[in-house]
Every structure is written in C-alpha cells, then in structure tokens.
Design a binder for this molecule. Structure first.
Ligand code: UDX
Ligand code: ADP
Length: 475
C-alpha cells in the first residue's frame, strides 16, 4: 500500500481471446514485477497459447509472438486454473466474449452477458480479501452495476484467510484494433478508467504509468467510461458506412471515392482516417456495439436516436448485398457453375479473425447463386471458413457441379486458374503486390476483377481484355 493505494503484484485475466491475450502480454512485458495469469475455460486455447511453436498461437497479430517469447513463463502464464488464479490475484480483469443475444429478451440487439455474469460469480466465490475487478470486455452501459450486485452479495463472506471480502469495480475499455493491437497497446491514444473508488483507480493508473504518459490516462465515472467505448465504436462504424454510401454515389456520377475521401479528409475537422471504402465493416465489435446502443436507446424510449444508429448497420448490410449483386449482374446475370476466386476472407488485413467478415455474406450469396468459390487467405484457418460456409468441396471437376460450393487454396495462382472472376475482399498487402498481368492470364475469358478494397493500381494493368470493377469508381 502507498497512501492507501493498493500495490498490484498479481493480476488474473479471465478470457484468453483477442482482447485478453494481447493486452496481458503487453502489461506483462511492461511490468516484469507483476505476475499475470491469463485463464480460460477453453483448454485448446490455453494449450495453443502455451505452444512451443509460436506460429501456433491462437491469434495472429503482428509483434505478438515476440512479446510472448519474452514474457511467457517469466511473469505471464496461461492456464485453466480459474479458481486458483482468481484467489491469488489483487486485480481481476474480465475479458470474456459478449456477443449479441440470439434468443429471448433483446434477441438480435442486446449483448449476451451470461459469460460476464458467470465470471462475476467466480470472482465473488474465489477472490481474496480485497480485489479490484476491471471490466475489459465491451459491455452495455451499467453492466458494472450487475457485476457489483453479484460481488456485493458475497462481501459478507470471508476468504480462505478468514478476512472479509471487499471489491471495487472499474471500467477500463480496450480500444485496440486487430492487426495493430500491439502498437495500439504500447502507444495508446488514451487509456480510459471509469470508477468511483479513487484508490482502485490510482492502483490501475500506476500500472499504465509504466509506459503510458500521465496526460493520456483519463478518468471518468463508470457510466461515462462504459458509454464512451460504445460511442467510439459507433462513430468509427458510422464513418465507414458514410463513405460506403458515398461509394455508390461515386459509381453513379463518375466521381472517384478515393479523391472524394482525400478532399473531404483534408479538412482537419474531418480527418482522413476511417474513410476507406470497402465491402462493409466486420469484426466482433462494430455491429454488436451499435446494436447494443440501439437496444439501450429503445429501452430508454429514445426511438429516433435508436433509428439513427440502426441505419449505420443497415447501410453495412446493404453494401455487402450490393457487391454480390454487382458481381452476378456483370457475369451475365448468372454465376452458376462459374469459378470465382475470392481473395481475402479475414474481416480486414493482418488478422486471422473472421468474425462478422463481409466475405462470409458475399460468399454465401454467391454460393446460393451456384458459384464455385476458390477461397484464398494468407492467415485464416480453413476451419473457420468451414464453420461459416459448411463443408469444403474436395471434388476436381468444377464445371459439372450444379450447386454452389467452395474450396480453400494456399496458392493464389491455383485459386485463380480457370476462374471467370476474382473478388478482392481483404486489403492484405500480398494482394497489392500481385502481378496482375501474369495472374489474369490464368483466367477464363471474358474475365472480371471486382476490387472492393481498391488495391489495384489501374495504371499497372496492361491486360486489355480484362474487365475491372473497382468499388466507388467508374472503372
Ligand atoms: C474496432 C475498433 O477500431 C477498436 O477501437 C475496438 O477496440 C474494436 O473494434 P477492429 O474491429 O479490430 O477494431 O477493426 P477496425 O480497424 O476498427 O476495422 C473494423 C472494420 O471496418 C473492418 O472490417 C475494416 O475493414 C473496416 N474499415 C475500417 C473500412 O472498411 N474502412 C476504413 O476506413 C476503416
Ligand atoms: P474477445 O475478442 O472479446 O477477446 P474472444 O471470444 O476472442 O473475445 O475471447 C473470449 C474468451 O473468454 C474465450 O476464449 C472464452 O473461452 C473465454 N471465456 C468465456 N467465459 C469464460 C469464463 N466464465 N471463464 C473463463 N473463460 C471464459
């Protein structure tokens, strides 16, 4: 203790996912004197985190394996010993999944808090005398209240040393973006800590001060912190939907969406970030958080506000549909029995994450229309595609199949061979570096490229027989 501020020596993080794993790895690297245990119910995930071969870590994130190599088994440990590690911790981070509810009250909009609730119950049962509980997962506003009620119902209980338990709940939302998670964690724009217990806030602040300047650490009340996370994601998603709506206007008018984005983005009040048009936003957060915001607004009787934010998701759905329709229309109104190479299945570059990826919706539409999809992605595990699209087609005689199917290819050339069209859905760097004249010579003609990420520089394309469609342009 330092003037009553608890000194955190042992952290337990519940949830070894895309948020918990990288976040704890960076804290462990920056604070070697703190022991950090990341626990998860998923045995396979834990053993993947402990894998000798760093290529087998459960998530791909640039810079992550280097940090894991330094900190793992020094002061960073992954295990399934949830109860034990909670009981040893001064501070517990809750970093579990909070997907949209699929059934019951609020289905399709509200977040499913069953995993958060179960964590709170485990903390209530196993924590020691004084524990600071930190919400890391993105949560609906006032979730801290739920966590508090569960914890408070156990505060009359005593821990294993016969001391009365007490808890402080803080909200410390994570703003990391996949693909740049390590950079975002090491050099955050801000660290937000919401709470009422000043000493607990200071304890958490002291951890971040090991590498984050004080001016970047802001403190608010609990509800502002929880709401700020939802609103940050809603604003970012809104920019993507805005530029995607503009992409359609550009195609209809002869404007070029890149030029419009540059011209508009040079206004310092607007800025150029998050104005890249694409096949629609994916990832685990944007849609879930906006729907959650919509649910909260409806609950609060703010119908107009709910409708406003709901439009951001509607435009996103429309953009994906619009792209699959464009492909079918341009391929003479039918893709049945046609081979289409789909380049990029991850929801964005530099991640193996496929949650809410626009590629899933577009692939489903094309398979429904009878296409033979040849999917390539440099990092996505084929199992994830299988979970989305059903069994992979292992046949060889493509053109005799009546129903749409998909297959996975490691090599771009193999995916493209004999294809009538290529669709680029993820902005992986390797797709920017493709020699298009060479690759397109492998296709069946007339051939099309549908570039939804604007990775192709038209100037470098000398194949006059090729049809190029680029989102938000008249190419
Ligand atoms: C997001 C938030 O950025 C992050 O702060 C939060 O903690 C979690 O949610 P993430 O989902 O990892 O992060 O990815 P992000 O970079 O925000 O991209 C989301 C989606 O929007 C991707 O599908 C991406 O391709 C798309 N996008 C983004 C665009 O289409 N155009 C852009 O200009 C930016
Ligand atoms: P995020 O992107 O928010 O990190 P993930 O789904 O990648 O979400 O990770 C959440 C992790 O939390 C999963 O690995 C899941 O197994 C784990 N988890 C969920 N509930 C619990 C729980 N009660 N105890 C321990 N781990 C849990």
């Amino acid at each position: 203790m330092n003037g009553g501020v608890p000194l955190v020596k042992n952290i337990c993080c519940i949830g070894a996912g895309y948020v918990g794993g990288p976040t704890m790895a960076v804290i462990a690297a920056k604070c070697p004197e703190i022991t950090i245990n990341v626990v998860d119910v998923n045995q396979k995930r834990v053993s993947d985190w402990n894998s000798e071969d760093l290529a087998n870590l459960p998530i791909y994130e640039p810079g992550l394996s280097e940090i894991i190599e330094i900190a793992r088994n020094r002061n960073l440990f992954f295990s399934n010993e949830i109860a034990k590690k909670i009981s040893e911790a001064d501070m517990v981070f809750i970093s579990v999944n909070t997907p949209t509810k699929t059934k019951g009250l609020g289905a399709g909009l509200a977040s499913d808090l069953r995993w958060v609730e179960s964590c709170a119950r485990q903390v209530a049962e196993f924590a020691k005398e004084r524990t600071i509980v930190v919400e890391k997962s993105t949560l609906p506003v006032r979730t801290a209240q739920v966590i508090k009620s569960i914890l408070d119902s156990s505060t009359s209980k005593i821990d294993q040393d016969k001391k009365i338990k007490s808890f402080s709940v803080l909200s410390n939302p994570e703003f990391l973006s996949e693909g740049t998670a390590i950079d975002d964690l090491e050099f955050p724009d801000r660290v937000l800590i919401g709470g009422e217990d000043k000493l607990a806030i200071e304890a958490l602040t002291n951890i971040y001060l090991n590498w984050v300047p004080k001016t970047k650490i802001i403190t608010t009340n609990l509800w502002s912190s929880e709401l700020s996370k939802l609103i940050a994601n809603a604003f970012l998603a809104q920019r993507v939907s805005s530029i995607n709506s503009v992409s359609a206007i550009c195609e209809a008018t002869g404007a070029d969406v890149r030029e419009v984005a540059d011209a508009v983005g040079m206004d310092s009040r607007i800025g150029r970030n998050f104005l890249n048009t694409g096949p629609g936003f994916g990832g685990s957060c944007f849609k879930k958080d906006i729907l959650n915001l919509v649910y909260i607004c409806k609950y609060l009787g703010l119908e107009e506000v709910a409708n406003y934010w709901e439009k951001v998701v509607e435009i996103n759905t429309w953009q994906k549909k619009r792209i699959s329709q464009k492909i079918v229309q341009n391929l003479f109104g039918t893709v049945a029995g046609k081979k289409i190479a789909l380049l990029g299945y991850a929801f964005k570059a530099n991640t193996n994450d496929t949650r809410e990826t626009p590629a899933k919706t577009i692939a489903e539409d094309l398979i429904e229309e009878g296409a033979i999809l040849a999917i390539h992605d440099p990092k996505v595990d084929v199992v994830n595609i299988q979970n989305d699209l059903g069994p992979e087609y292992k046949g060889i005689d493509y053109y005799q199949v009546n129903n749409g199917v998909w297959s996975y290819y490691d090599v771009i050339e193999e995916a493209v061979k004999g294809a009538d069209a290529i669709i680029i859905l993820t902005d992986w760097d390797i797709y920017r570096r493709i020699n298009w004249d060479k690759i397109t010579s492998l296709m069946r003609y007339p051939a099309w490229i549908f570039d939804t990420r604007l990775v192709i520089n038209k100037e470098n394309l000398n194949n006059n027989n090729l049809n190029l469609w680029q989102l938000g342009t008249t190419n």
